[in-house]
Ligand binder design. Structure first.
Ligand SMILES: [Zn+2]
Length: 150
């Protein structure tokens, strides 16, 4: 009964304030959280998950970073609507975007064993004035999303 009431309450709120896709701005349907299924399927995903050494690890190694493996979910392509995901996560007070993308990424990477030899996930600290102004550290939100799955 309580669950049904919550469902109808959420439906009513969504009727008044519909959730929209962060990428295309179309109205989301039940089961969609930050982006619609169409945008999720068209996400400019990397193929890094399939390779131990990839474009990202090569770039980090060239910067003399002590990296054994690295991965990213999708390419950041300036000028595309997908940029809104990063901007919302960092600047538009939507930490849920960072958490949700991290969960999506972690699900894919866990299936490939990426996290099998990783013991700890440590978010990159943010300067306290930036964190105070932003209200959160997006890196911490990503770590939460990763840890929920792993
Ligand atoms: Zn969309």
């Amino acid at each position: 009964m309580n669950r049904s009431f919550r469902h109808w309450g959420n439906s009513f709120i969504n009727l008044l304030f519909p959730k929209v896709c962060t990428v295309c701005r179309n109205t989301l349907v039940e089961g969609e959280d930050i982006m619609c299924i169409d945008c999720l399927l068209k996400l400019p995903k990397t193929t890094f998950a399939s390779y131990y050494s990839n474009e990202l690890t090569d770039r980090l190694v060239s910067l003399k970073a002590p990296v054994t493996k690295a991965n990213s979910l999708y390419y950041y392509v300036a000028g595309t609507p997908y940029v809104r995901l990063i901007h919302d996560a960092k600047y538009n007070r939507r930490p849920i975007v960072a958490r949700n993308l991290a969960e999506t990424h972690a699900k894919e990477m866990s299936a490939k064993g990426f996290f099998d030899d990783i013991d700890v996930i440590i978010p990159i600290p943010l300067h306290f004035t930036k964190q105070w102004m932003r209200g959160y550290n997006q890196s911490h939100e990503i770590a939460i999303g990763l840890s929920r799955v792993t």
